[in-house]
Design a protein around this ligand. Structure first.
Ligand SMILES: C[S@@+](CC[C@H](N)C(=O)[O-])C[C@H]1O[C@@H](n2cnc3c(N)ncnc32)[C@H](O)[C@@H]1O
Length: 232
């Protein structure tokens, strides 16, 4: 981030906010209350309704069929991964923090279909040939200080022509920072323009108003195709 410097009094990227201490915390970090406080659904309502909405869209947009491998990048406590495993898909979750990986494995509770790895291990698996049939990333990239690097990692792990389902804020990034106090910093870096450098855009989907009354969110689906900037 431009406004992050080595000066400790200035805000520094603070990924520790994604490190849960129990399952309740893991779920709350994965899907907090709607950001506009009382004007939107609470975490538990989002967990139930939004998960169903997203997974239904994902199944059709990504043409998912039982037995395929799906990447869930920034899987959190495994909310989406669990629903995909119930549809008889295999899921590889990638997750930043060790504790969140532990709770994801516990929550999904399907060792036959779900594995959860660090970004570093995912990169190693891709280096040795892993390519998934489809990918998703829900509420992750807009929390990342280097979206370029995340999109490159996702693209690298997808088969050619595989599709990618991405959910973020419409306009802003929201980065966790610690300076003199903890703060989420919103900035205007255009995540979607960065995504366009790695994938071909297929569709844009708007959330229903009961899940997103302030029209803050958006879903885009992409394809891993030939994109000049991606430099394969
Ligand atoms: C808001 S949560 C969303 C969790 C899940 N996708 C869901 O929708 O329920 C964002 C998750 O992304 C993870 N994350 C953030 N940056 C990441 C990165 N660079 N690589 C992998 N995971 C990351 C966080 O640890 C956190 O669990």
């Amino acid at each position: 981030m431009n406004n992050l410097t080595a000066d400790q009094t200035k805000p520094q990227y603070h990924p520790q906010v994604f490190d849960p201490h129990d399952m309740t915390d893991a779920k709350q970090i994965s899907l907090p209350d709607y950001p506009a406080e009382s004007e939107g659904p609470k975490s538990s309502e989002r967990w139930e309704k939004e998960t169903k909405f997203l997974v239904e869209k994902m199944l059709t947009e990504l043409n998912l069929a039982p037995g395929q491998w799906v990447l869930d990048y920034g899987c959190g406590a495994g909310r989406i991964a669990k629903a995909l495993c119930e549809k008889k898909l295999f899921v590889i979750g990638v997750e930043l923090t060790e504790n969140m990986r532990k709770y994801a494995i516990e929550y999904v509770n399907d060792p036959q279909r779900f594995i959860c790895v660090s970004p570093e291990m995912f990169a190693e698996l891709v280096n040795t040939g892993l390519r998934v049939d489809a990918a998703c990333s829900v509420w992750c990239v807009h929390h990342c200080p280097d979206p370029d690097q995340v999109y490159r990692a996702i693209r690298g792990g997808m088969k050619f022509n595989a599709k990618f389902f991405n959910v973020n804020n419409r306009k802003t990034r929201v980065i966790p920072t610690m300076g003199t106090e903890f703060r989420w910093i919103e900035d205007e870096i255009n995540i979607w323009r960065i995504a366009d450098a790695y994938f071909g855009l297929c569709n844009t989907i708007i959330f229903p108003p009961d899940l997103d009354p302030k029209e803050r969110f958006i879903i885009r689906t992409y394809m891993r195709t030939i994109v000049p900037e991606a430099k394969d």
